[in-house]
Design a protein around this ligand. Structure first.
Ligand SMILES: [Zn+2]
Length: 284
């Protein structure tokens, strides 16, 4: 699971996620270790095995910070490779205003003691004991967490490294992170519902405009004039107009406003009311 995408509909701007997995240093034995293909396993303190999990084995994100010393992602990769036999331990890192994917999300890496089989590690590459996250840094971290959750929908938990191991990492409030993420998920869900409902409402509103144009054309023929007039007058109450011409012009005005501009939303809402009456009277 490489090249994950930034989750859409965030209420703030952050740059796209860049996958640098192949650009970071790794230990030469990586390939031979990888051939062991261990899907489930734990670090026993002596052996270091890597492999790929299936998506449904992963249900937790673990948040880390770099701690001290602060270094580049490459320096962390070198350090981890020297100690844990593979390469950088985290799956996603936030470094200097950017979000980087640093491992396949399904690969098992060694970032959280005995909790590596079911977790994805996200690292904030700064020592957070020196100063807590700024608002801009939180946006990057939250975008990373939500994008990983979106890529792996089986993820249910967001924990700090210190909630599964005896460590100070990530030296920031996980309670606040979880609360902020819950709020953002609500925002994203609401935004999705809103954008999904707009096109359907517009189609229905425009149908009123088109049907009214056709009725007006009928009204201007000798043969269909009485039938069209009767239908128009059924819309007198909902449009607040009392002549065929006034009703027609009122609906055409709404139809025009419903296409674009500051009155669009209001015009669509009014056309939907007219649509309901048209359907009830068998006009639409
Ligand atoms: Zn950690």
């Amino acid at each position: 699971m490489r090249n994950i995408k930034l989750i859409p509909n965030l209420p703030f701007q952050v740059p796209e996620i860049e996958d640098v997995t192949d650009r970071l240093p790794k230990k030469s034995e990586w390939e031979s270790i990888r051939r062991k293909w261990v899907v489930k396993g734990v670090w026993d303190g002596k052996t270091y095995l890597v492999g790929f999990r299936t998506q449904d084995q992963i249900d937790t994100i673990i948040v880390h910070h770099s701690g001290s010393p602060e270094g580049t992602l490459a320096s962390h990769a070198n350090y981890h490779a020297s100690r844990w036999g593979t390469k950088i331990a985290y799956h996603v890192c936030i470094d200097k205003g950017r979000i980087y994917q640093t491992n396949d999300l399904l690969s098992m890496t060694y970032h959280a003691g005995n909790n590596n089989t079911y977790t994805v590690g996200i690292e904030f590459n700064r020592d957070l004991t020196k100063a807590d996250l700024t608002d801009e840094e939180r946006q990057l971290l939250y975008a990373a967490i939500l994008s990983v959750k979106s890529a792996i929908p089986t993820i249910k938990y967001i924990l700090g490294h210190n909630e599964v191991c005896a460590t100070q990492c990530p030296a920031t409030s996980m309670k606040r992170i979880r609360e902020d993420i819950a709020e953002l998920e609500l925002h994203i869900a609401e935004h999705q519902t809103y954008t999904e409902s707009i096109p359907a409402n517009m189609v229905e509103a425009f149908a009123v405009g088109k049907r009214t144009e056709a009725l007006w054309a009928n009204y201007n023929t000798e043969k269909w004039k009485p039938a069209a007039e009767a239908k128009f007058m059924m819309l007198a109450e909902v449009t607040g107009c009392d002549t065929v011409k006034a009703i027609y012009e009122r609906i055409m005005d709404l139809y025009k406003k419903a296409q674009a501009g500051q009155w669009q939303g209001e015009a669509i809402r009014k056309l939907l009311l007219i649509s309901a009456v048209m359907k009830e009277r068998g006009i639409l």
